[in-house]
Design a protein around this ligand. Structure first.
Ligand SMILES: Cc1cc2nc3c(=O)[nH]c(=O)nc-3n(C[C@H](O)[C@H](O)[C@H](O)COP(=O)(O)OP(=O)(O)OC[C@H]3O[C@@H](n4cnc5c(N)ncnc54)[C@H](O)[C@@H]3O)c2cc1C
Length: 447
């Protein structure tokens, strides 16, 4: 592969916005991989040689064509909130920063079309002006981009009602630029969306995303506290299964996880396990009733609003839970796991009993295959790589499967990668030299 410092390559990019200050190259080439002591060892110091900031699809095409003609690697950067070094360039080259492709193109009849660099918070706010909202967003709503979410994310706030990003109907279309000397601009729809969805930008550069939207609701944030973990877990499941209660978020955290959280004074009683909830305002009373029936106490109830000085409750959930813990204790790390459908609560309670406070239970309830299930981002008191592997083996005996957050390899995410064959075949035609995010797709590397 050719270096992005090659003078002829630089000349080919003349007129584009380029950044090559070493401090910026280092800073912009990082995501949140440092959650993992293993990835930190592997990825610290890796950086692009040049950042290109395109302002239009034509400029993306020009950059991609130049990379293909000169053989320079190209990695796309959205908001850089990935957790596994997905956007960390392993082989130098160009980092394509999508920040200026930030136009909302249309919001109409329950669909929104956005350039890939639009931040999810802006996309959501734009949709709300038309009576719609995003069906789901990651807890990084404020920083992450639409393109980064569909290329690197999986689910999030809203998944308790609308399922996973990969569920048919959630993403309606992707416009993708290939990495060839004469790049093509391809519109992917239907099953073809899988060619680029959750592919870490290894199969194409996503320049536009069309998403199905949901009707906008006024939401209420609530916290329910319980003395006993099993009772809290059964409440969370029962709430998720209550079809009449319109939910956006159901997150369960075992004590002592809440002891790491700042900014929710009074809502997190000492020693209690909590369920964090976002519910349509009209159903807040129904949540109160269910919590009281199940022995819980509501310790917080307030309208959801994005406003200065107030941390939205979702920023304690999903992978913000680990971040909140890391702010207080730099020695913790995490796991990411999937639970057996129909037996998830039992597995959750058993895992809590198996490891106690060493593996702090945290579950995100969501719809999977039409049923209420959970996945987990357990916060772990890290001792060694070997102990981490032992914990994983222990969880596996309970039917809990790892979606390995300590690897940057696409295929190590288990069930998330549904379209591996489709993606490999598409990469052969869209990126024949293997220049897009090299080293992340193990099937390609092996081939
Ligand atoms: C605190 C925290 C909380 C999180 N919560 C969630 C959550 O609730 N749900 C969830 O699913 N994830 C979550 N994540 C992971 C991450 O935020 C999401 O995956 C997010 O959507 C990534 O968006 P981004 O714009 O930051 O993408 P980036 O990190 O910039 O990129 C992600 C991947 O996509 C590629 N990429 C980015 N843009 C494009 C493009 N336009 N074309 C092609 N490839 C592209 C990158 O090369 C990289 O491989 C969380 C992470 C953190 C740190």
């Amino acid at each position: 592969m050719t270096s992005a410092n090659d003078p002829a390559f630089r000349a080919a990019l003349e007129g584009l916005e380029l950044v090559d200050h070493p401090a910026l190259l280092r800073q912009k080439s990082r995501d949140f991989y440092w959650y993992s002591p293993i990835l930190k060892r592997e990825l610290d110091g890796k950086a692009a040689e040049l950042i290109v900031v395109p302002r239009s699809v034509d400029e993306v095409v020009r950059t991609s064509a130049s990379c293909a003609r000169f053989g320079v690697p190209l990695v796309v950067r959205g908001g850089a909130t990935g957790n596994y070094g997905q956007m960390v360039p392993l082989e130098g080259g160009v980092l394509l920063d999508m920040a200026r492709l930030d136009r909302t193109l249309s919001i109409d009849a329950g669909r929104g079309r956005f350039e890939a660099g639009v931040r999810l918070g802006d996309a959501d706010a734009q949709a709300q002006q038309h009576g719609w909202e995003l069906r789901m967003f990651p807890s990084t709503r404020r920083q992450a981009t639409v393109g980064g979410y569909v290329c690197g994310g999986a689910a999030g706030v809203g998944s308790i009602r609308y399922g996973q990003l990969r569920d048919s109907g959630v993403v309606s279309a992707l416009k993708v630029v290939t990495c060839e000397s004469e790049p093509r601009v391809v519109e992917l729809r239907g099953p073809d969306i899988g060619k680029a969805l959750h592919a870490y930008g290894t199969t194409g550069i996503v320049v536009e995303v069309e998403l199905a939207l949901a009707p906008s609701y006024p939401w209420v944030e609530m916290v329910a506290a319980f003395d006993d973990f099993a009772t809290a877990a059964h409440f969370a499941q029962a709430l998720g299964e209550s079809d009449g209660i319109f939910l956006k978020l159901v997150s369960l955290m075992a004590w002592p996880l809440p002891s790491y959280f700042r900014g929710l004074d009074g809502a997190l009683p000492e020693g209690r396990h909590v369920v964090m909830i976002m519910v349509a305002a009209a159903n807040a009373l129904a949540v109160r009733d269910l919590a009281s029936e199940r022995g819980g106490a509501i310790t917080l109830e307030r309208p959801y609003a994005e406003q200065a000085g107030q941390v939205p409750i979702y920023e304690y959930t999903w992978n913000h839970t680990t971040l909140q813990a890391l702010k207080v204790d730099k020695t913790v790390t995490y796991l990411q796991t999937l639970f057996p459908l129909g037996a998830n609560v039992e597995a959750l309670v058993d895992s809590h009993e198996m490891f106690g406070e060493e593996v702090m239970a945290h579950a995100e309830f969501q719809r999977r295959q039409g049923r209420t299930n959970c996945s987990s981002l357990q916060v772990v008191r890290y001792r060694s790589d070997e102990r981490l592997r032992e914990i994983v083996r222990g969880l596996e005996t309970l039917g809990i499967r790892l979606s390995n957050p300590h690897s940057y390899i696409l295929e190590d995410k288990g069930a998330r990668v549904l379209s591996a064959d489709l993606q490999l075949a598409f990469k052969r035609e869209a990126d024949p030299q293997g220049l897009l995010n090299p080293g992340k797709m193990s099937r390609w590397t092996a081939a």
